[in-house]
Design a protein around this ligand. Structure first.
Ligand SMILES: Cc1cc2nc3c(=O)[nH]c(=O)nc-3n(C[C@H](O)[C@H](O)[C@H](O)COP(=O)(O)O)c2cc1C
Length: 407
């Protein structure tokens, strides 16, 4: 600790003092979070991905943590996404040669060191000044696939440079076709090999946890968020300079699959549809020429009491019938979660909040540690379960947990 830089020592001391306040002791989660951060001010001291949530909570202003954490209504989809991984049990096989573990995958014409990718998370400068550039550097150092949010707080070209390789660009449907066409063209100029269209984000969601956290944040939002800079249209660099009318970035309520067909015509690389949870919509995506679908519910941020993504995965995989890859995100917090998604047919597995937690707590180094923890945990279960490669993580390695558990 004596070798820590002064800023870290100061932060550690402050957090330690805060954690000791009697008032905070009455709020166990917050006190625990502050203590975790005070006791472990280096990423390598944190043991699992959830520790980073506590660390992020300790350093972020309440409203910014609330933005990262929020679901809708009672946040039940958020909880279910993770809990549902526990509905599957692993059937380990013994006496399998696992001396040469290979976690690499081939996805849409590219090879990746790991099936884990960092999914689109908007406005990451709210978590750390490096924002998406910090995530890109971490992704570069771990050779991870990165999907950049259309509402990222750093310009696409800066992120591509920091990643040192193309990233996938996520976009939303807009009521201004010219805006969609312009950002697709910009992404392709920047070398993005894939456009991911998110289709689960209608206007008007009730992000109650965020709203509550804003009420307890002692700061005045408009001190920093000047001139409407809360507004994605005014703030997102991807849409800067397009001269869009207010509301243009809202998903059009009168949309149909024609939107995807139209997009297919202007995307010259791969077209990925993010936010699919049913067999019917998987078929529609394939019909429209999509190259992949992502089983996702936006991390439970859009619809309450939706089925968890791991529950939706088998039906989507069955509908895809191997014609296109199926990816999954939502509630992935452990290497065993990644393993289970792969066993149920996912070709790659995304994380949202965990990258934000790592970034908030430690910048690039935090995201790297989060990726390393996932990697280490995945390797452990691959060895244990007798799956030396990703292809060897097959459906028969899982059994549904009995409804009435025996133990
Ligand atoms: C703070 C935050 C911002 C997000 N922004 C976007 C976004 O701009 N576009 C998008 O498609 N998904 C966005 N997502 C959803 C993620 O891409 C991903 O689907 C989800 O977070 C996965 O669930 P997890 O957070 O439980 O890992 C966001 C998620 C979070 C937590």
């Amino acid at each position: 600790m004596r070798n820590d830089p002064p800023a870290r020592r100061g932060r550690r001391a402050l957090l330690g003092r805060l954690a000791a306040l009697p008032l905070l002791a009455a709020v166990p989660a917050l006190a625990r979070a502050l203590q975790a951060q005070a006791a472990a001010a280096r990423p390598e001291d944190l043991l699992d991905v959830m520790d980073f949530e506590a660390a992020a909570r300790a350093v972020l202003p309440p409203a910014h943590f609330g933005y990262l954490a929020t679901g809708v209504d009672d946040d039940r989809t958020v909880g279910w996404n993770h809990e549902a991984f526990g509905l599957w049990e692993i059937r380990s096989r013994r006496m399998v040669d696992v001396s040469q573990l290979d976690t690499s995958i081939d996805l849409l014409g590219a090879r990746w060191r790991s099936p884990l990718y960092v999914s689109a998370v908007s406005a990451q400068c709210a978590f750390h000044p490096d924002g998406e550039v910090g995530v890109a550097r971490a992704a570069a150092s771990r050779d991870a696939l990165m999907m950049l949010s259309g509402f990222a707080s750093r310009p696409l070209e800066d992120v591509v440079q920091a990643r040192g390789a193309p990233v996938w660009q996520q976009v939303y449907a807009t009521s201004e076709w010219e805006a969609t066409a312009a950002v697709v063209a910009r992404a392709e100029r920047a070398g993005c090999p894939a456009i991911a269209l998110t289709v689960d984000n209608m206007p008007g969601r009730n992000n109650e946890t965020l709203l509550r956290s804003m009420k307890v944040d002692p700061r005045t939002c408009t001190d920093c968020h000047v001139n409407g800079s809360h507004n994605a249209l005014l703030k997102a660099p991807l849409y800067a300079g397009l001269g869009l009318p207010a509301g243009a970035l809202h998903t059009p309520l009168d949309w149909s699959w024609d939107y995807v067909r139209r997009l297919r015509k202007i995307v010259s690389g791969r077209l990925v549809i993010k936010g699919i949870v049913t067999a019917e919509d998987t078929e529609a995506c394939i019909d429209c020429g999509a190259d992949a679908v992502i089983v996702s519910n936006h991390g439970g941020r859009d619809e309450e009491t939706l089925r968890s993504t791991i529950e939706c995965l088998p039906e989507v995989v069955a509908a895809a019938r191997g014609r296109i890859p199926v990816l999954l995100d939502g509630g992935v917090r452990r290497g065993t979660d990644v393993y289970k998604a792969l066993a149920l047919g996912a070709s790659a597995v995304g994380i949202g909040r965990p990258q934000g937690w790592g970034l908030a707590a430690f910048g690039q180094a935090g995201v790297e540690r989060v990726l390393d923890i996932f990697d280490a945990e995945l390797r452990v279960i691959m060895r244990q379960a007798g799956s030396p490669s990703i292809a060897a993580i097959t459906r028969d390695r899982l059994a549904p947990r009995p409804t009435i558990w025996r133990g």
